[in-house]
Design a protein around this ligand. Structure first.
Ligand code: ME8
Length: 514
């Protein structure tokens, strides 16, 4: 049977500097969503990459004496290295300087021209290079220092006036509103949806979509003195990634429209207003869903170089280990909301949730099996109510996790899993298998069997979040590679299989000696 395709994307990052923890967060969350779908038997395509054109890239490059291309080449490698360090299971890393992306961007432009949505006029207004975004007067304000900034993002704006091409965005207001109404799942979470709807209800002005004052961009077809506004080309990456403009090709037919775009809250407007309007104009289907995650702050403070609290994601992984970082970010921060991280919060999740609740349970039950059952999964006796109740809780997890992941509520899935772990630890303490060892060996075997089974179910379900540690747990349970997907959750661990000598999987954090 052919699997159902599932196309998921991250935003593509500006490689004008090194990746920060916000990038890492987005890649990890998207990776967990992608891995979950793969384990649930979907044919997943995960696209990520870098957004290399635009004035910001050109300006940063000039400042450090490089060409934009050199800067992009250098930093795209750093982003790829981050993906490797974070164990991101992407299927393609797209760079907007890739040759096929030029073709895709030209093609969508020409489709919008053919639909009568592009015209030339003079643009005058404010532009934020940091945001690569246009603002009108009302969207800016002059600060006490006399500098005009965007009200929303706080970035400096400059006056621009030039001949540009415009996209007839105003013509799409009603169609966009109808789409939000008819497809309420198009934007999540609902708070973000409401913001977008009220923005569009406030009226849309046509959008300037080309620039003539610099050259680092994709040339506009038939008007090479213009380069495309970087957001036109950037958004089109989602089409390039699946073979556009070859709309009859296998990849495009299979994967478009995208199932899910994962993005941060500062770029909701581009994805939920401009992007669907471009696609409507080009006669292409709209993505099924755009999910907007929150921002990460260091101890509740916005990250910035001047505050000295930018924590390098490479350093974070070095300090705590990859799976701790992945787990922490996805468990601690309700996905969709802002969140903060700090040393204490990470260590607390690492020691309490991973090492104690999961690691200890696995280690205690596995060591008892090693010592008392000749290292073989024991044969259980008849299940008691307590056994059945715990197994039923474990069995119910798949449905709970599926629903949570489908709504991008990753933290809720983890909460449900850790609730079952809490129940399992209580069960283990209450059953006292170390006492049964002397009084009732058959009952001890049943308790250990039930505990191993819960550990197996949990290990399978946490693979999307902590892939390497979950893999080690499944190794300790002698689970074959092809027995680790969700279809195997319905099995019970086979009795009589030999288990390797148990080793702890989740270390506790040891504070370095000063
Ligand atoms: O916006 N916490 O690139 P980018 C969480 N090139 N997420 C954060 C964050 C933080 N502190 N800071 C940024 C761009 N992000 C464009 C995207 S897509 C066609 C083009 C998120 O490198 C941000 O919201 O500035 C975005 O989703 C991603 O990181 C890349 O940001």
């Amino acid at each position: 049977m052919t699997k159902t395709p599932y196309y998921i994307t991250t935003a593509i990052a500006y490689p004008n500097g090194d990746p920060h923890i916000g990038h890492a967060y987005e890649y990890i969350a998207t990776d967990a969503l992608a891995r979950f779908k793969r384990l649930d038997d979907y044919d997943v395509f995960y696209l990520t990459g870098t957004d290399e054109h635009g004035q910001k890239m050109q300006q940063t490059a000039a400042r450090i004496g490089l060409t934009a291309r050199e800067l992009a080449d250098r930093n795209a490698e750093v982003f790829k290295k981050l993906d490797a360090v974070l164990d991101i299971s992407y299927d393609r890393f797209i760079r907007t300087t890739d040759a096929d992306h030029y073709e895709a961007s030209k093609a969508i432009w020409l489709r919008m021209v053919a639909n009568g949505d592009i015209y030339s006029d003079t643009y005058s207004g404010w532009y934020s290079i940091r945001d690569e975004a246009f603002y009108n007067d009302g969207e800016t304000q002059i600060g006490e220092d006399g500098v005009r900034r965007s009200k929303e993002s706080g970035t400096e704006v400059e006056w621009t006036e030039e001949e540009t091409y415009f996209f007839r965005l105003s013509a799409y207001q009603d169609r966009l509103l109808a789409h939000y109404e008819n497809s309420p799942e198009f934007i999540g979470p609902s708070t973000r949806r409401n913001e977008v709807v009220s923005f569009v209800k406030g009226g849309l002005r046509d959008l300037s979509i080309s620039r003539t004052t610099f050259e680092w961009g994709i040339p506009v077809p038939d008007a090479p003195e213009h380069v495309m506004y970087v957001w036109v080309d950037a958004l089109t990456n989602y089409l390039t990634g699946v073979g556009y403009p070859d709309v009859d090709g296998d990849s495009f037919r299979k994967l478009w429209p995208a199932d899910l775009h994962i993005i941060g809250k500062d770029i909701a407007r581009f994805h939920a207003v401009y992007w669907p309007a471009f696609l409507m104009s080009a006669g292409l289907e709209l993505p099924k869903r755009v999910y907007v995650h929150g921002f990460l702050f260091h101890k509740g403070e916005k990250m910035s170089k001047s505050l000295g609290n930018v924590v390098d994601p490479f350093e974070l992984v070095e300090t705590y280990g990859l799976d701790t970082v992945r787990f922490f970010l996805l468990r601690e921060v309700p996905f969709g909301q802002d969140g903060s991280y700090s040393h204490d919060a990470i260590v607390s999740r690492m020691n309490a949730d991973l090492a104690n609740e999961l690691g200890n349970l696995a280690q205690r039950s596995l060591s008892m099996v090693a010592k008392n059952c000749a290292g073989v999964v024991p044969e259980p006796g008849e299940f008691t109510d307590a056994d059945n109740e715990l197994l039923a809780q474990a069995d119910a997890l798949l449905a709970t996790c599926r629903k949570a992941f489908d709504e991008q509520n990753i933290h809720q899935a983890l909460e449900a899993i850790w609730n079952v772990l809490g129940a399992s630890n209580r069960y283990f303490s209450a059953q006292e298998p170390w006492v049964l060892r002397k009084t009732d060996v058959a009952r001890m075997a049943t308790v250990l069997y039930v505990t191993l089974e819960v550990v197996r179910v949990v290990a399978i379900l946490v693979q999307p979040v902590v892939p390497s540690s979950a893999g080690k747990l499944l190794d300790l349970l002698s689970q074959a590679q092809d027995a680790r997907d969700f279809a195997h959750l319905a099995d019970r661990i086979a009795t009589g299989i030999a288990l390797p000598t148990p080793v702890p999987v989740f270390p506790k954090f040891v504070e370095p000696v000063e």
